[in-house]
Design a protein around this ligand. Structure first.
Ligand code: AMP
Length: 412
């Protein structure tokens, strides 16, 4: 878990507001769910997954409740849907921290942030296309270019189950050639063996049965429409039959945005898929759903690697220097801020020289200076800080806001 300070924290917020602009422009509503849930909410949706089995921050509170910090958003959104029953299709977006007890490394943290969208109540394949396209668009808007969209369909529940049986049989028959770690995965969740990045397993995985052999006509048609929709929007993708994703509730569409600059174990900038059975498993009516989560921490690492979406310092319009005791600076900053200008000042009655230094460091466009003579004459000095200082002007104190506004406009 990390402290995130300026300018990184500011970039973080910009990323979330860029995301908000994009998804709110596509009619997704912002929602917030609690940071912790009844641990069962997560346990019920991901029994066989590492995220739930090994990585949850699970604890008993003072009232004896079995709680967990959320390791992801989707289960919480579905739980909220079951309790609140909003009209469908329910299109929502979220942003915030999730917690997983993983081994920390570059791109993998125990507290990490995600931005997320979910759509509940429609199984139209064009919803899948909209969701995937928004994720793709967002990464492009940030400036990322080395991103690959991986796409798969895991079939419907029964097809997926047949496939899991076939995989279990296949890997079981070749268990002696599998790595020890994959043998353990096989016992818990045969699909996840396909995720193994161990070189020894590669050949066996390449020759394993593929899910496409198990599609029925409905899931095949759904997948065809999703692909045709992405083609229509000219969004490039690669069909990746081995893409199963970490959470085991996905059916039909599954996708991932792989970053080109990160180590393969951490290269997923985000991903998602359909989870048509999830709401029902949490006690709600049968309700299809689809969504994605994108990892903010990891996206920002990818942005650094690609040299895009750089951190910026917040800019001030004015920095107020007052050598008469500080009350003038109090009045002026208040006036400027009420007029919508961004203004800073010095405290602690520093010398003129020290205050000028702070003003220079602040990166503000102008210094507003008030000394005893200006105070007596009802005036203030406006001095540009980003160019020749001799062009400073003396203005009437009463006209300060309008004079400064004019100066700012002529500067930009
Ligand atoms: P998931 O919920 O596992 O599908 O993860 C979605 C995205 O969240 C991943 O692609 C990562 O970008 C991000 N993510 C997941 N776990 C972590 C973590 N431990 N540290 C940083 N980012 C993570």
């Amino acid at each position: 878990m990390r402290d995130i300070l300026a300018p990184e924290a500011d970039r973080w917020r910009r990323l979330v507001s860029t995301f908000a602009g994009l998804v709110e422009g596509a009619a997704y509503q912002f929602v917030m769910t609690p940071l912790m849930e009844d641990a069962e909410v997560f346990a019920r949706v991901g029994e066989a997954t590492d995220v739930v089995q090994k990585e949850m921050y699970r604890f008993t509170d003072n009232g004896g409740r079995d709680l967990a910090l959320r390791p992801e958003f989707t289960a919480s959104v579905c739980r909220a849907f079951v309790e609140q029953r909003p009209p469908t299709p329910w299109k929502v977006w979220m942003a915030g921290s999730n917690f997983r007890y993983e081994r920390p490394q570059r791109g993998r943290f125990r507290q990490f942030d995600q931005v997320d969208i979910e759509v509940l109540g429609s199984d139209d394949p064009y919803v899948d296309v909209e969701v995937i396209a928004l994720g793709w668009r967002f990464l492009r808007v940030l400036g990322l270019r080395r991103v690959e969209l991986l796409l798969n369909s895991l079939g419907e529940v029964a097809e997926r189950a047949h496939y899991v049986d076939a995989l279990s049989e296949y890997f079981g028959a070749h268990a002696d050639t599998l790595s020890e770690a994959s043998r353990q995965t096989l016992a818990r969740n045969p699909l996840r063996v396909l995720d193994s990045k161990r070189p020894g397993d590669a050949e066996l995985i390449a020759a394993a049965p593929t899910i496409a052999e198990f599609y029925g006509p409905r899931s095949a048609a759904h997948f065809d429409t999703v692909r045709a929709g992405l083609d229509q929007l000219a969004i490039p993708y690669r069909v990746a039959p081995g893409l199963v994703r970490g959470l085991d509730y996905y059916v039909r569409t599954a996708f991932e945005f792989a970053g080109g600059t990160l180590d393969s174990a951490q290269n997923a900038l985000g991903g998602g898929g359909r989870y048509d059975g999830l709401v029902e498993s949490l006690g709600g009516p049968p309700t299809p759903g689809i969504g994605f989560a994108l990892g903010v921490d990891r996206i920002l690492i990818a942005c650094d690697d690609e040299g895009v979406f750089a951190p910026t310092e917040p800019e001030l319009d004015a920095y107020v220097i007052d050598t008469t005791g500080g009350a003038e600076a109090l009045a002026i900053t208040e006036e400027l801020r009420q007029a919508g200008l961004r203004a800073g000042r010095v405290f602690d009655g520093r010398s003129m020289k020290a205050q000028m230094k702070s003003a220079d460091r602040s990166g503000a466009a102008f210094a507003v200076i008030v000394g005893t003579s200006e105070l007596d004459a009802g005036q203030a000095v406006i001095r540009p800080l980003r160019r020749d200082e001799r062009s400073q002007s003396v203005v009437a104190r009463l006209d300060l806001v309008s004079s400064l506004t004019t100066a700012i406009e002529s500067e930009s």
